[in-house]
Design a protein around this ligand. Sequence first.
Ligand code: NA7
Length: 552
Amino acid sequence: MTPAQPAHHERDTPPGPDVEVLVVGAGITGIYQLYRALEAGLSAQLVEAGGGVGGTWYWNRYPGARFDSESYTYGYLFSEELFDEWEWTEHFAGQPEIERYLNHVVDRFDLRRHMRFGAAVTAALYDEASGSWTVTVADGDDIRARFVVAATGVLSVPYFPDVPGREDFEGESYHTGLWPTEPVDFAGKRVAVIGTGSSGVQLVPVIVPEVASLTVYQRTANWCTPLNNAPITPEEQARLRAEFEAIRDTLNTSAAGFLHEPYDRASTDDPEQERQAYFEKMWNSPGFAKLISHYTDLMVDPAANAEWCEFLAAKVRSMVADTGTAERLIPRDHRFAEKRPPFVQGYYEAFNDPKVTLVDLKETPILRVRPEGIETADGTEEFDVIVWATGFDFGTGALLRMGIRGRDGLALAEHWADGPRTFLGIQATGFPNLFLPGGPHAAAGNNPRYNGDQVDFVTEVIAYARDHGYDTIEAGADAEERWTSMVDRNASKSNFGEISYYFGTNIPGKPRKYLLNSGGRPKLFTEIAKVRDGGFRAFRMARTGDLTETSA
Ligand code: NA7
């Protein structure tokens, strides 16, 4: 299946834009947006800062990087042929396989000729008169586009903490989210890993066999549970193919975009012994089943969560031989899944290797980085390599660094000074013809699923405008206000606590606003249906040069 060839539309506002749709970012969302725009008969190009396809899965190529959503639930569902022909080797694929898959998709659907790499966007200015955007890329080239879709991702701006002396380190220094394309050689080296979120805990066990020594600097212990990965057997492969339609239906409609079935019992429905047996079953279940298929009161009843945490603490004690290390690895300050829970393969066991040491930064904070290593209250430890696994400026980081200016020169950074304001996570008022799928405010869960919902809807809205002769599309101020206040009002209903980076708390000075949407995908679906039923009137659509606005 090849997408329809792009068809330039005749416009009566010379000189017309270079392209109808300019997509920024070749991650999972951007690739899909490019595909959908071309399929809809729009002319489209894509610019990408990196040297290749993949977005998050291009930059996060550190050893051990892998999915913690099932591979076949994370990949694309728009083509049964694609689903049939691509055989994931593991239930949770590693980064190299993910990158191969995304490159396969791009070539399979002939998308690469519309893509330009090494093309970071440095500015995007809206021009009122022509109803189009002028987008400047790092090499100085300007592209004029009718519509800009910023598919720049939520985990795409790596965060380096402001530790004194960080730049002075004379050894090798890496961030997990900015990993070099050339393999890093850890053999025989003294290595520090700072940060124990999903990235740090994936990396640690994988590099242990190579290093001379490994010191893990942990600020906050996390509730890590086993990923329970496995190869996909030929029988499972055949079943996936046979059940494609049912799988797609479930993934296209389920609240969090997973195949895991919600459980129908609360922990209080079972006596202690059965609860322990169910906890054991959850411990042995794959990835996010531990959240979705868990007792219904896990995230609503603190006692239920505390009992599960006791179970997990006992597991950590059983896996880590050194008592002091085990106790430090057990979280004391938050309940299970109050922060985004990491899933691991051999993380706790890694601390049984005499080469591996845990430093608890709550006891001995980092004072500074020195040219030769890291200094804490206990003295300076020398290193050859420091890995910063310190996370990202989540949600708004990339969008606020793109130099976006909308109507009347309004900077997105100004419009969002107190936190993001969006309609459906798709548009911001004052920024006509700019779309933000895969950004803040959409939903929560398996990202490609709800980001894909947004891409489908963005494409639908653009096609609607084209078919009705409109040049500009802008979320109405009331629609933006309604969605934003819904997100803010319901933030406290999120399972995640304010200690989670989903509230921006990991970045000093960032507004403390919830960056997902606790109404989740169901809320997104309901609102999209309402907009459609209402004839797209939540958006203001107009013809270029029409100073009198034409409501759609
Ligand atoms: P995360 O989950 O944000 O983890 C970042 C880690 O870095 C976390 O352990 C932080 O500790 C730690 N950190 C941050 N700043 C510092 C300083 N100043 N000193 C020491 N340690 C620090 O990012 P990841 O890359 O691991 O995962 C991101 C997402 O990728 C993940 O959620 C999945 O969606 C995949 P803290 O907990 O803040 O005390």
